[in-house]
Design a protein around this ligand. Structure first.
Ligand SMILES: [Zn+2]
Length: 462
C-alpha cells in the first residue's frame, strides 16, 4: 500500500500564500509593469525584481497578520516626508496592521531597497475583503457596515490607503530601476445608475397607485406630483411618461454625453423580496423602449441583482439570463457587461461567484451604504479574489466610491444638496484624481427630482 501523502498545516499555509502571491503579482502587473517578478524569499519576506537586474526590493511580509477576518488589527501612521518620500495625499499615511514602524521604514542597501511595512499584505487584506469574511456584526440588510470597519474606526475610509502605499512603492521602483517603464494611469469618472424605480406610477397596481399618491400628499407634501399621477399611470404604456419625476434617463444621458462619459444603467430582473425589489418587469414595453434608447445612444445596460440574490449565486445567473434574453430580443448587442447588487448587499466570497457564474465582466457594489469612501482601499478596478478558499475569481471589482443617498440622505451623512454635499463629493473625486484612479459614482435616476439635485449632479461631472 502506498503511504498517503499528508499535507501538513505548514504546507497548506504555503500553498494558500502562493495563490495569494500569484494574485498580487497580477495586480502589480496591472498597476506597475508586466515585467515585475514577485517571489516569496526567506520566511517573512517577499522580493520584487525585474529580469536582468540584480537590484531588488525586499518587503517585510507577515501573511498571518493580514489573513485575519477582523477589524481589530492595530494601526499606526508613517511620515513619508521624514524619509524623503512623497505622500501623494499629503500628511502621514495610515499603516493598518502595524502598531509601530521602525525608522527608517525604507532602507537603501547595496542590493536595493528594504521596506519594513507589508504593503502587499495590506493590499491583499483590503482588496480581497478578507476583513469581512464570516462576520456577524452586520446591519439590518445583512451588510457589513462602514462603521464597524477598521478603516472607519481608524479614520482612513476616505483615503485609498492601498493606492497611497502603491504610490510609495512606485517611487521606490523609479529610484531603483530608472529605466523601467511603469504603466501610465489616467483619472476617469464613472457614472452608473441603479434602476430601482424607472417610474413613480407606471408599474403600480391601482391600490399601489392610491398609496403612492397618498404618500405624495401627506408624507412628501408634493401635491403637484400627486396631480400628475393619474395621467402618468393611465397614459404611459409603450414609453415612460415625460412628466414622470423618475424618468430622468434622457437627461442623464444628455449630461454624460456633454462630459464625454458613458452612463451605465443597471436593471432589476427578478423579485426575491416582495417589498424591496422593483415594481417593474424588465419585459414591460416601456422598459424595452428605454433599453433600446440607452443602447442606441451608446450607453451601457447592466444587471442589478434583486434583494436576496447576494447569497444565491444561481439567482444572479437566472436574472442575468433574463436580461440577456431581453437584450437579444431587442437587438441590443452587449460586449463585456457588469452591474451592482441591489441595496449594495454583499457577502464575501458568495456574491463574487454569482457574478462569475453569470459571466459578468465586473461588479461595482463594493462601497458602503452608510459612508462614502474606499471600502477596498483603492479606486482602481482589479481582478477579484476569494479570501476564504484562496482562489482567484474570474470577475473584476470596480470599487464604488460614492452613492448619492449616502451623502445626501438624512439616514446617513445627511448633507443635503448644497455646498456641504458638493464639498464631500469633490473631496472624494479629487482624491481619486490625485492617485490617477477612477471616481465611481452611483446616482439613481429616481433621485433627481429637484433642480438643486440636478445642479449638484451636473456640477460633479463638470
Ligand atoms: Zn437598488
Amino acid at each position: 500500500m502506498q503511504p498517503q501523502h499528508r499535507v501538513s498545516g505548514g504546507e497548506h499555509l504555503r500553498s494558500e500564500r502562493q495563490t495569494v502571491m500569484g494574485w498580487l503579482a497580477a495586480i502589480l502587473h496591472e498597476r506597475f509593469s508586466e515585467t515585475l517578478l514577485l517571489n516569496p524569499s526567506e520566511p517573512g519576506w517577499v522580493t520584487l525584481s525585474i529580469p536582468g537586474n540584480l537590484q531588488t526590493i525586499q518587503i517585510q511580509s507577515s501573511f498571518e497578520i493580514f489573513d485575519q477576518a477582523s477589524s481589530d488589527l492595530p494601526c499606526t501612521q508613517w511620515c513619508a516626508a521624514r524619509e524623503n518620500w512623497l505622500a501623494v495625499l499629503g500628511g502621514d499615511i495610515p499603516a493598518p496592521g502595524a502598531a509601530c514602524l521602525p525608522y527608517p521604514l525604507i532602507e537603501q542597501t547595496t542590493q536595493g531597497y528594504i521596506i519594513h511595512y507589508d504593503i502587499l499584505g495590506l493590499a491583499y487584506w483590503m482588496m480581497s475583503r478578507k476583513e469581512e469574511v464570516g462576520r456577524t456584526d452586520l446591519d439590518e440588510h445583512a451588510r457589513f457596515p462602514a462603521v464597524v470597519s477598521h478603516a472607519y474606526k481608524h479614520q482612513y475610509l476616505e483615503r485609498p490607503v492601498v493606492d497611497e502605499w502603491f504610490h510609495v512603492l512606485g517611487q521606490v521602483m523609479r529610484r531603483l530601476w530608472p529605466t523601467l517603464t511603469l504603466v501610465d494611469h489616467h483619472f476617469a469618472t464613472r457614472v452608473s445608475h441603479d434602476v430601482d424605480g424607472p417610474s413613480w406610477y407606471t408599474f403600480s397596481s391601482f391600490p399601489q397607485l392610491l398609496r403612492t399618491v397618498g404618500a405624495d400628499l401627506l408624507i412628501r407634501h408634493k401635491p403637484l406630483r400627486a396631480l400628475k399621477a393619474p395621467v402618468i399611470w393611465s397614459q404611459a404604456r409603450k414609453t415612460l411618461h415625460a412628466l414622470d419625476p423618475a424618468n430622468t434617463f434622457s437627461w442623464l444621458m444628455d449630461i454624460s454625453e456633454r462630459y464625454e462619459l458613458k452612463s451605465a444603467f443597471y436593471f432589476i430582473c427578478g423579485r426575491t423580496d416582495a417589498c424591496r425589489d422593483a415594481q417593474y418587469e424588465p419585459e414591460h414595453p416601456a422598459i424595452r423602449t428605454l433599453m433600446r434608447e440607452i443602447h442606441a445612444r451608446g450607453h451601457e445596460i447592466g444587471l442589478h441583482p434583486s434583494y436576496n440574490a447576494f447569497q444565491q449565486p444561481e439567482v444572479i445567473v437566472k436574472e442575468a439570463q433574463r436580461l440577456a434574453r431581453i437584450c437579444d430580443e431587442e437587438g441590443i448587442e452587449r460586449g463585456a457587461w457588469g452591474g451592482r447588487m441591489h441595496f449594495l448587499r454583499w457577502e464575501t466570497p458568495t456574491t463574487l461567484y454569482g457574478w462569475e457564474l453569470a459571466g459578468a465582466a465586473y461588479d461595482s457594489s463594493l462601497g458602503y451604504a452608510d459612508r462614502p469612501g474606499f471600502r477596498c482601499g483603492t479606486c482602481f478596478e482589479y481582478p477579484a479574489f476569494d479570501p476564504a478558499r484562496y482562489m482567484p475569481v474570474n470577475v473584476r471589482i470596480r470599487p464604488l466610491i460614492a452613492m448619492e443617498v449616502t451623502i445626501l440622505g438624512q439616514r446617513h451623512l445627511g448633507l443635503g444638496t448644497g455646498e456641504a454635499a458638493y464639498t464631500k463629493f469633490m473631496h472624494l473625486k479629487n482624491v481619486c484624481r490625485a492617485v490617477d484612479g477612477n471616481f465611481t459614482l452611483l446616482w439613481h435616476n429616481s433621485e433627481l427630482e429637484t433642480s438643486e439635485c440636478k445642479a449638484l449632479y451636473e456640477s460633479l461631472l463638470a
